[in-house]
Write a protein that binds this ligand. Structure first.
Ligand code: ADP
Ligand code: MG
Length: 281
């Protein structure tokens, strides 16, 4: 199973939107997808129309990582059933480790190795459940605290989301530097990040300028295409549907863009992580 964290230092830039769009693209491509909602706001869980599993959320799963197995927290998304109705016999499936405010107990700056390793252990120890998915997408909270670092430790690749705006581009730079330090200290196998630009408005000159700046700064890390600001995405999320299931040309364009970004992630997900942290004594 390939594990990709969707990260940014800032809130509101589109981590959850990109997580949902990639999940929709992967489901549509017939992949077996697990979304791990590590954000205490649990927006991804809401938008994925998660049906009740066993009632164990990401926070309690992490807290009781020894007692629970990954399978205990996995719940089905209604997107899965819709995909099966549309494409009988599809191999695609979408499950979720639901988020909840409780995961906030881990969003501290001072986690030790044992805590950082919790998700990685859960994803690798329950081999049967891990083998049931092709890709896991981790929706991170808007900080570089404990939860994001727990996600990085479990990931083969990190996808950074940025708006073409000064503070967001600067935040992405800082995140890349933080990843470098983290890689050196804790996770030597953490893959080089890709950066995706989101909420792009070509009619805004400042954004066009920042997008060119991003091309210069992030060079080959910048994934194509940049994701356009499309109001239909907010409608799709409000209705808790997959963008690939939504009617109309706008949704179809958005869906194709997410297909392309998913394809561009190929280089991030080639290898399994090799960087299991050693538990502290
Ligand atoms: N490309 C986009 N087009 C239109 N609206 C978007 C786009 N990306 C994000 N949004 C909207 O912006 C808001 C913040 O996005 P969200 O994905 O929740 O960000 P984050 O998870 O980083 O906090 C949401 O209301 C979302 O629907
Ligand atoms: Mg979010």
């Amino acid at each position: 199973m390939h594990v990709v964290s969707i990260t940014s230092l800032k809130g509101g830039v589109g981590k959850t939107t990109v997580t949902l769009g990639l999940a929709s693209a992967a489901l549509h491509a017939g992949l077996r997808v697990l979304v791990v909602d590590l954000d205490p706001h649990a927006d991804a869980t809401t938008a994925l129309a998660v049906r009740r599993g066993r009632g164990i959320d990401a926070g309690h799963l992490l807290r009781n990582a020894r007692r629970y197995r990954l399978a205990d927290a996995v719940a089905a998304s209604a997107w899965s059933r819709e995909e099966r109705n549309r494409v009988p016999g599809t191999t695609g499936r979408l499950d979720v480790v639901p988020g909840s405010a409780y995961s906030g107990i881990f969003d501290r700056p001072d986690l030790g190795r044992r805590d950082l390793n919790r998700l990685h252990r859960l994803l690798t120890r329950d081999e049967e459940t891990a083998a049931a998915y092709d890709i896991a997408l981790i929706d991170c909270p808007p900080s570089l605290n404990g939860l994001t670092r727990i996600a990085w430790t479990a990931s083969s690749g990190v996808l950074l989301v940025a708006e073409p705006a000064l503070f967001s581009v600067a935040g992405t730079e800082r995140t890349l530097r933080a990843m470098d330090l983290f890689r050196r200290e804790y996770a030597p196998g953490l893959r080089t990040a890709g950066v995706v630009a989101n909420r792009v408005r070509q009619d805004v000159p400042e954004q066009a300028f920042r997008l060119r700046e991003m091309e210069r700064m992030f060079a080959s890390l910048l994934l194509r295409p940049a994701l356009i600001d499309r109001p239909v995405l907010q409608q799709v999320q409000g209705a808790a549907h997959a963008v690939h299931h939504w009617p109309g040309a706008d949704a179809a364009h958005a869906a194709r863009d997410f297909d392309a970004v998913l394809a561009g992630l190929g280089h991030l997900v080639e290898d399994e992580p090799e960087h299991a942290l050693q538990p502290s004594a």
